[in-house]
Design a protein around this ligand. Structure first.
Ligand SMILES: Cc1cc2nc3c(=O)[nH]c(=O)nc-3n(C[C@H](O)[C@H](O)[C@H](O)COP(=O)(O)OP(=O)(O)OC[C@H]3O[C@@H](n4cnc5c(N)ncnc54)[C@H](O)[C@@H]3O)c2cc1C
Length: 434
């Protein structure tokens, strides 16, 4: 049996190995001149290859269509991925939050393990090969129309015949790595529904509220990184998410781990119609999540007695990074030059409220070129969850980010790719006689 896998990313490499190990003749088409260009940049170059948590917790981190993923995950769970990588020569380590990385901290070692597996399984990898179109005859896929570079580097078109085709072309995020959304077009041309796509795990555009926004913007705090802050995101009175961790102010708004995680839950809320109907999405920033307003008030009173004569802005340097002081004082409506001992109870209340709840209006998601993953994709209702087979076209399979599946940060998105890639590779070879 001849199988073509389109896309030499995480899902495609795994699909090719699984299919070839089952005895199929497999060609892996990759439009770049190397495999796994995106995998190289994952986890800031360290590749958070999976998450070692228990199954139940794993699925709590899958945002879109977790139920669809059950069978594929059972077929190739996180533990199997870890054994696979180690069996192919790359040692792993597990860090905080059960995040799994190569022991060397080099994403390249994950690719090395996959290349070794591809080699051992006898997969033919064809580089600089761009799939243009699926060839479909009488409801069955029969090949892939592809553009190659010939010896002189000129593009040459050719149709490669196949009994099965696995589409693993990725999503739309970081298109510079090769994931430019070609698979969505292949799916639509094959009669599949593709759900709306939007960036996820992405920085957020934001502004302060009036009157603070007349004087300050997140841009005025650009580069400021905050550790151990709390965030609560609401639309109207409806809580969307609450988290704790690290964030960053940027020239357009907010970024950093807690912000990226929150972004995964904000896409729909930020749609124009929803904002019109339900009001703006607000993030409430808590600079001192470990302390209550009462505890902060007691601290202020105690320290004010010890710091008589000091200006408020000087005194507050012990509470927060310098750049934030004028913003917090602006929000509280208290003058920076006011002496600590003259702060009234009402002013103290306003000040502490601003420290515990600095509202920031989220105005949008940033674009696909900054997004870790794509939300939306090939509608999983039209895909067999055990084999990743198309229910529309015989012999056609999908795996990885091209499907309408996504998770939070922590190794979950790559595990989606490994599990669905494996299921597709095995699924395509399940029925060997045809
Ligand atoms: C900056 C960044 C950091 C990330 N860090 C992590 C992390 O640490 N942990 C984690 O779990 N997830 C992480 N992710 C997400 C993870 O990388 C993706 O979810 C995963 O790579 C998706 O795998 P895939 O195989 O579906 O797609 P991809 O890895 O994008 O692979 C698709 C491949 O298909 C090729 N291709 C596309 N179209 C064609 C065509 N027409 N013909 C031939 N080839 C084609 C592309 O060139 C590409 O190589 C990160 C993502 C980004 C952008």
């Amino acid at each position: 049996m001849r199988i073509i896998v389109i896309g030499g990313g995480a899902a495609g490499m795994m699909a090719a190995v699984a299919a070839a190990e089952a005895g199929a003749g497999v060609a892996l088409l990759e439009k770049n001149d190397r495999l796994g260009k995106k995998v190289y940049i994952t986890g800031k170059g360290r590749c958070n290859v999976t998450n070692a948590c228990e199954k139940e917790e794993f699925f709590a981190h899958i945002i879109r269509n977790p139920r669809f993923l059950y069978s594929a995950f059972d077929r190739f769970p996180n533990g199997d991925m870890m054994s696979f990588v180690e069996a192919h020569g790359t040692k792993l380590k597990t860090e905080r939050g059960q995040r799994v990385f190569p022991a060397s901290d080099h994403a390249s070692d994950i690719i090395k393990a996959l290349k070794k597996a591809l080699d051992e399984a006898g997969v033919k990898v064809i580089f600089s090969a761009q799939a243009e179109k699926l060839q479909i005859r009488n409801g069955a896929v029969t090949g892939v129309v592809c553009t190659f570079a010939d010896e002189e580097g000129k593009p040459k078109r050719k149709t490669l015949q196949a009994d099965r085709v696995i589409v693993a072309t990725g999503g739309l995020s970081y298109p510079g790595t090769g994931s430019t959304g070609d698979g969505y077009r292949f799916a639509e041309e094959a009669g599949h529904r593709v759900t709306d796509r939007m960036p996820s795990l992405v920085p957020l555009s934001a502004r302060f509220e009036k009157p603070l926004s007349d004087r300050f913007s997140p841009k005025s705090l650009m580069g400021l990184s905050l550790k151990n802050v709390g965030i609560l995101v609401e639309q109207g009175s409806k809580k969307i998410t609450e988290d704790f961790g690290e964030m960053l102010f940027t020239h357009f708004g907010l970024s950093g781990p807690v912000i990226l995680s929150a972004s995964a839950l904000l896409g729909t809320a930020l749609e124009e119609e929803n904002v019109k109907k339900k009001g703006p999405v607000r993030l409430h920033l808590d600079l001192k999540p470990a302390l209550s307003e009462e505890q902060l008030d007691a601290r202020f009173l105690r320290e004010a007695a010890e710091n008589k004569g000091k200006q408020l802005d000087t005194y507050l340097a012990g509470w927060m990074p310098k750049a934030l002081i004028p913003v917090i004082l602006g929000q509280a409506g208290v003058a920076p030059a006011q002496k600590v001992q003259t702060v009234s109870k009402a002013q103290r209340t306003d000040l502490i409220r601003a420290v515990k709840d600095l509202p920031v209006v989220i105005t949008g998601l940033r674009g696909f070129d900054e997004a870790v993953v794509t939300r939306g994709g090939v509608d999983v209702k039209e895909i067999d969850p055990k084999t990743m087979a198309s229910k529309k076209v015989s012999g056609l399979y999908f795996a990885g980010e091209v499907l309408d599946l996504d998770g939070t940060t922590g190794g979950f998105n790559l595990q989606i790719a490994w599990s669905t890639g494996y299921a597709a590779g095995k699924g395509a070879t399940d029925n060997k006689e045809d």
